[in-house]
Design a protein around this ligand. Sequence first.
Ligand SMILES: Nc1ncnc2c1ncn2[C@@H]1O[C@H](COP(=O)(O)OP(=O)(O)OP(=O)(O)O)[C@@H](O)[C@H]1O
Ligand SMILES: [Mg+2]
Length: 484
Amino acid sequence: MANKEVVIKVDNLGKSFGDHEVLKKIDFEVREGEVICIIGSSGSGKSTLLRCINKLETQSCGKIYYRGKEISDNQKQINDYRSKVGMVFQSFNLFNNKTVLQNCTLGARKVLHISKEEVYERAIKHLKAVGMAQYINARPAQLSGGQKQRVAIARALCMNPDVLLFDEPTSALDPEMVGEVLNVMKELAESGLTMIIVTHEMAFARDVSTRTIFMDKGLIAQDDAPTNMFNINNSNERTREFLSRFIAEKTGENDSHKKEAVDTTKITNKIKKKFVVTFARGFGTGGKEIASRLAKDLGIHCYENRILTLASQMSGVPEERFIKGNEKLMHKQKGIAALLGGMNRTKSTTYLARKDFVSDDELFESQSKIIEELADSEESCVIVGKCADYVLKDHSDVISIYIEAPRQFCVERTMRNMKCDEATANKTIAETDKFRADYYEYYTNGNYWTNPVNYDMTLNSERMGIEGCVAHIKSLLKLKGYIE
Ligand SMILES: Nc1ncnc2c1ncn2[C@@H]1O[C@H](COP(=O)(O)OP(=O)(O)OP(=O)(O)O)[C@@H](O)[C@H]1O
Ligand SMILES: [Mg+2]
């Protein structure tokens, strides 16, 4: 890439709104064919930077160059520049009263001086490329979010851009539509189009970007190859903190009890000193619910399945390997597989006997590092499963909880949660617990999990009830001086 021509250069760019300095001394270059992903927390200035690059916003200081030429505030020059540097927005910005084809041709016909036929030809070509050719006569209201965004991308391509900017192109979409848009963008990247993409899709940034920029409080905190950025050993502390926060935010997405944002008025206890609570639990005991209730009451994050996803990203052990195994298992045994972490399950589509258990030490090591990273951060948190209790056994300020319950209680809960019959519930519990026991036994060299001596508190969720367990854990935290 180093020998390719610089397309965009941002030089010492600053932007303030009143007293608020939103961008501070931003410097970077984008060369032909590069795909730059910009990540960072909300309010860090990503959109403002993109808007400045697109000249939708006037910078307070610094310069922007396009192919070596400074872009001034002259409106004609800005218009020419914008026809070269296109932008795709989060909210599509399509004209609702126009058809898909009209939406694509309108801008190109106005701005580019080419024949009507050529514009139509171009639009159809790009609509085909994004898989929307059969919808040319549809109106935006008849399309799904993912389809609208693909039309918006085709529209931007009709201008024959030299560079395409994207501001969170998938964040307004339902989860099942994100993939179709990311695939189109991946194809564009592979075709060699130069792109700058603000995104919260970390796996996409890791796989597709040639460079990833991490923005923090108006500054570029790290500008690096994605393999360095998304590396568990990334030496940039701020980036690591952001990535672990990201796991927490994402964890909530597929989990109904954690979906609601933390309501600060409902936080029942004030935190006096930082701590980490780990949960080990049997299947159907309600342990996961207790963990997330506790986190919610205290206004702290609850980390769970997402740890595995991130571990797989960081260890380079492809998640697909696990997902594929999961899907096959899911098919046969409904929900069980989703609960199993850290094991290679691709060898068999059904329950693996102890002798077939295959470990993935590298993945486990990454999981352990992530768990340690979370425990070392400044914020208190709850971590469910994945041997967190074992990994953190020598850490200070860790409270380990073990939740168990008599079999019948777990069976009834499982029947309710999975809407299944008693035989299925029984089988699910037996198999899942066996899996977990194998996992713990393998990684902890000796059945750490089922030995209550290893925990600060062991609770029977049938006797105590879910509420009661939360209350008991809170009283232990109070007693130890962690909360008020
Ligand atoms: N037009 C504006 N007037 C005043 N303040 C603004 C304006 N636009 C943005 N800001 C402020 O600038 C800061 C950065 O905003 P920006 O939208 O660039 O963040 P972001 O990184 O894109 O965040 P997100 O991930 O939430 O989209 C925020 O504090 C925001 O309130
Ligand atoms: Mg933004």
